[in-house]
Design a protein around this ligand. Structure first.
Ligand SMILES: *[C@@H]1O[C@H](CO)[C@@H](O)[C@H](O)[C@H]1NC(C)=O
Ligand SMILES: *[C@@H]1O[C@H](CO)[C@@H](O)[C@H](O)[C@H]1NC(C)=O
Length: 215
């Protein structure tokens, strides 16, 4: 017995709807989790409606032709609150721009899953905790700017394996230990480490008190 065309059409439509419900908006869900974790007095996130098929029409979001999120531009937006681990699900994200806000809390280790990331700008916030060693997995990252926060702990040794890294700024934090000198760190000016009273450096100079001020 032949299946009527209308039934095929109906089932195809339902399947597509199901795919977009299950799959299409997982990036939107991740971003909406971020929105809920932030305080937004200027309503810059007003257009972030989780009921849309994807987040590509939201303000401050850019997608590629396959509707995958490639940019998040929320620098200088008067945001406070916390980052969320769900950001690590945006696997096509290239630019994560959250500089000059008043974001608190720690950097989720899951940001190390952003394998397409080119630029990570969290400078001028109020972020505490340590630099995640998982950043060593960010093989596409060129710009890492974390300056003017309240970061503590060492610069993880995993960061010397970040093969694309060209620009690092961690100045004006509370880091300790020594400044790495190998890999990308060979070409980073010392100014980009200044204003970390407990950071010794660089290793090359053979300063005696290596990790003694880091406990
Ligand atoms: C930032 O938000 C605060 C409220 O938290 C508000 O008083 C202030 O005017 C805002 N600043 C700007 C530049 O919008
Ligand atoms: C930074 O965060 C701390 C809590 O972690 C808070 O006490 C302090 O007021 C914040 N600083 C600013 C400038 O908001």
């Amino acid at each position: 017995m032949a299946v009527p065309t209308w039934l095929w059409t109906l089932s195809a439509t339902m399947t597509l709807t199901l795919i977009s419900l299950v799959h299409g908006n997982s990036e939107g869900d991740a971003l909406y989790t971020l929105k809920k974790s932030l305080t937004d007095p200027d309503n810059v996130l007003q257009s972030w409606d989780p009921n849309l098929v994807n987040p590509c029409t939201w303000f401050h979001i850019t997608c590629d032709l396959q509707n995958r999120v490639t940019r998040l531009d929320l620098g200088n937006s008067n945001l406070s609150g916390h980052l969320v681990p769900e950001l690590g699900k945006l696997e096509h994200l290239q630019y994560l721009e959250l500089y000059k806000n008043n974001i608190q809390g720690t950097i989720p280790a899951e940001l190390g899953n952003l394998k397409s990331l080119i630029s990570l700008d969290l400078y001028n916030n109020n972020i505490s905790g340590t630099i995640p060693p998982s950043f060593g997995k960010l093989k596409s990252l060129v710009f890492l700017r974390l300056n003017d926060n309240r970061l503590t702990g060492r610069i993880p040794k995993e960061l010397v394996g970040m093969s694309s890294l060209k620009v690092v700024d961690v100045s004006t934090n509370d880091l300790c230990g020594t400044i790495p000198t190998s890999g990308p760190f060979e070409h980073i000016p010392l100014n980009n480490f200044e204003n970390n009273p407990r950071l010794e450096g660089p290793e090359l100079l053979g300063l005696a008190s290596y990790d003694t001020n880091c406990s």
